[in-house]
Structures are given as C-alpha cells and as structure tokens.
Design a protein around this ligand. Structure first.
Ligand code: MN
Length: 131
C-alpha cells in the first residue's frame, strides 16, 4: 500500500536528503522535522503512519521525543523506528524498551532501507487493533 505518510526526524540536512531520495520513489508522503520539539508538534498534528526518529537531536532528544509521543494517546500508537549513527547495544535496548518497532543504524543502506521501512509499516498493519 503506497501513499502512507512518513515523518522523517533528522537534524542533518544531508542525512534527511538521503532518506528522502531513497523513499520518495516508493510513493510515500514525506514530512520532515529537524529537532525533537518539531517532531512532537508535527506528529501530533499530522498523525503519520510511521516516524523515523534520529536519536541525537537538538532541543529535545530523540529519546525524550519518543517518550512524549508514546505518553499522549493521540500519538501513542504511531510506530517509531529509531535511526542512529551510534550502534551501541544499550542504545538499541533503550530504543526498543521505549517502544520503537525497529532500530536502524546510519549510514542507511540505501539498498535495504526501503524494505526495512516497509516492514515497519506492515508490522503496524498486522496488529488487529492498529489504525
Ligand atoms: Mn542527529
């Protein structure tokens, strides 16, 4: 199913551009946020189908943005995949403990990234009470 809305939260313009370039041909509607504060505002307003969340962000960190989004009912069910250049195991554990559906290490692998994103969206669709 194409046309889903994905919010890309990433403070690096270069990384944001890369994610957009790789995902746009797949027909998604892409929204972008450059820090955690903006991520919370846009996610609350637009209710995207998936959020790709960089964990190292200015103003409000990715972790705190995830906590905020998971704690408010209108955004709690939106799947979030963490996107980070740090590949430490404890970070992965923390991201998953906060409710992230996946943990994607940067730099993204442009060949496999679209499938990773697709799996995050499909996981949401397979949950009976997901919307
Ligand atoms: Mn960052």
């Amino acid at each position: 199913m194409a046309g889903e809305t994905i919010l890309v939260v990433e403070d690096s313009a270069l990384n944001r551009k890369l994610v957009e370039t790789v995902l746009l041909p797949h027909g998604y509607r892409l929204l972008t946020a450059m820090d955690g504060e903006e991520a919370i505002a846009i996610a609350t307003r637009e209710r995207p189908d998936l959020i790709l969340m960089d964990l190292q962000l200015p103003k409000v960190s990715g972790y705190d943005a995830i906590r905020a989004l998971k704690s408010q009912p209108e955004t709690a069910d939106i799947p979030i995949a963490a996107l980070t250049a740090r590949a430490m195991d404890y970070e992965r554990q923390e991201a998953l403990a906060l409710g992230c559906v996946d943990y994607i290490t940067k730099p993204i692998n442009t060949r496999t990234f679209p499938d990773q994103v697709r799996r995050c969206l499909d996981a949401r669709n397979s949950e009976p009470d997901a919307q």
